[in-house]
Write a protein that binds this ligand. Structure first.
Ligand code: ZN
Length: 480
């Protein structure tokens, strides 16, 4: 048994061994949403017993609404079991720097997608960019409190919130645009405008809202804000976390976006939007008056992103993870990141210039296959035990060997064959009969013992590539 295998077998099932560092965008120009949801993730991971820290990445400044006990001021020299990046637009250099400290999982990463070991998109992104390993708004920290149903029409309470920073400085303009005259459909509506902690022009804003009879809500962020959404009949915001939280709470949403990028995302997400800039402000009130239509569009958007279902948990997803990544190609040992050729839930495939394709996993399979895997579990799936199936599997192996022989050429001398995941060895047995020098590899103890003792074929117990024979694959005979 190889040493790496033994080490892995002794690992606890979770990240608690190495700790999770959540690096979140913070400071001016980067909004408050990333910081808040990262803080929520750290809290949830800690609640489940994991060691987790929030690292505010960016210029030093106030961290509104963040519990200082969650924060680590320097990531230190240590290696982390997982580094979660919630930075929106990390530079490739930043990502490479983090990769030296542990496996890197990017959340909604917009710039350095290719560099991240794993990508999870909580917010739907634009088509054409690199696909993530997993995408689901249901992994956002969504509210517990939901309305029983979307309000059908006639909004009475409207919330206006453009986040902590209000990058387009539209909060007051939007609120005033909705302040209808008496007798108008919007005349009696109760309006609440959030004045986020990172916005500019604070004193004037408050005065203007007071004069117009609009409630100003200050410093409301995080979970209490999230849970308050269901108290409203409509939420006006820009494309981002709040919009998805509101849709999940069964509250209609109308977007007013700070720029064309947000607007494209809104359109792709099917979320009702008034548009951007002055034009968007002008369209706001007329669209709010058409409440039946707005509610219908919001309900459809919620259904489109699965937000009519039950939320799941990013923390729970990460708690089950035991990430394993390669910082060097397992075939030629050259270092550096290689291009991603495919991402699937929990798996990232990369291709090296040597021709090797290798796999990084967020959640590798257990080292110990239960002793019953090839018996009762196999029988359940295939109707007989693996050993009962042995002759049939050997015949299938012979057909495969016909094809392999055709590729190698009939009389290629010194043909060697390594069967990774050989189980009880039917393919090895077939290859041995054809004159191959064979070797097997499998993590299951009983299977490895069977191959060695009954078939008299050399076998290694373990996973590829850690337990592979130390022969560079590039030096295997080509067979020509
Ligand atoms: Zn390589």
């Amino acid at each position: 048994m190889s040493r790496s295998l033994m080490n892995r077998a002794a690992e606890p099932a979770l990240l608690s061994a190495g700790g999770v560092l959540v690096a979140a965008a913070a400071g001016g120009g980067r909004g408050g949403g990333h910081l808040n949801r990262s803080a929520a993730l750290v809290r949830a991971l800690r609640k489940a017993g994991a060691e987790a820290w929030l690292y505010p990445a960016g210029p030093e400044g106030p961290l509104p609404g963040v519990d200082p006990g969650l924060v680590i001021s320097a990531p230190g020299d240590r290696e982390w079991a997982l580094v979660v990046l919630d930075c929106f637009r990390c530079s490739p250099e930043e990502v490479e720097g983090w990769k030296a400290r542990g496996p890197v999982l990017g959340l909604d990463e917009g710039r350095s997608r290719r560099s991240c070991d794993f990508l999870v998109d909580l917010l739907p992104g634009l088509p054409g960019r690199e696909q993530p390993n997993l995408a689901s708004p249901l992994l956002l920290p969504l509210p517990d409190k939901r309305r029983p149903a979307f309000p059908e029409s006639g909004y009475r309470k409207i919330l206006i919130s453009f986040g902590a920073e209000d990058p387009g400085t539209v909060t007051v303009k939007a609120a005033l645009a909705l302040r209808g005259s008496p007798g108008d459909a919007l005349g009696d509506v109760s309006l609440t405008a959030v004045l986020g902690p990172l916005r500019r022009n604070a004193p004037e804003d408050r005065k203007l809202l007071d004069q117009a009879g609009i409630t100003a809500a200050e410093g409301v962020l995080g979970s209490s804000f999230r849970e308050s959404l269901a108290d409203y009949d409509l939420v006006i915001t820009h494309f981002g976390v709040t919009a998805f939280e509101a849709l999940y709470a069964r509250v209609p949403v109308l977007l007013l976006n700070p720029g064309p990028c947000h607007e494209r995302l809104a359109r792709r997400g099917g979320i009702p939007s008034a548009g951007t800039g002055k034009r968007g402000l002008e369209r706001l009130a007329p669209m709010v008056r058409e409440s039946v239509q707005l509610t219908g569009q919001s309900r459809a958007a919620a259904a489109r992103w699965g937000l009519d279902g039950e939320k799941s948990s990013l923390a729970a997803l990460l708690l089950g993870a035991r990430p394993r990544v390669h910082r060097a190609c397992p075939f030629c040992a050259s270092s550096g990141s290689r291009p991603v050729i495919g991402r699937f839930p929990g798996r990232t495939y990369r291709r090296c210039s040597c021709g090797g394709i290798y796999l990084d996993r967020l959640d590798p399979p257990p080292v110990e296959y239960g002793g019953d895997y090839f018996f009762s579990a196999y029988q359940k799936q295939y109707g007989r035990t693996y050993l009962e199936d042995f002759p049939g599997l050997q015949r299938i192996g012979e057909k495969r060997l016909d094809r392999i022989a055709a590729v190698l050429g009939k009389n290629s001398p010194g043909r060697r064959l390594l069967d990774i995941g050989c189980a009880y060895g039917p393919f090895l047995a077939a290859a041995k009969e054809r004159g191959f020098a064979v070797q097997g590899m499998d993590p299951a103890r009983d299977a490895a013992a069977y191959v060695s003792e009954r078939l008299n074929i050399p076998v290694r117990r373990g996973f590829f590539p850690e337990s592979a024979p130390r022969v560079p694959l590039t030096s295997l005979p080509s067979g020509t």
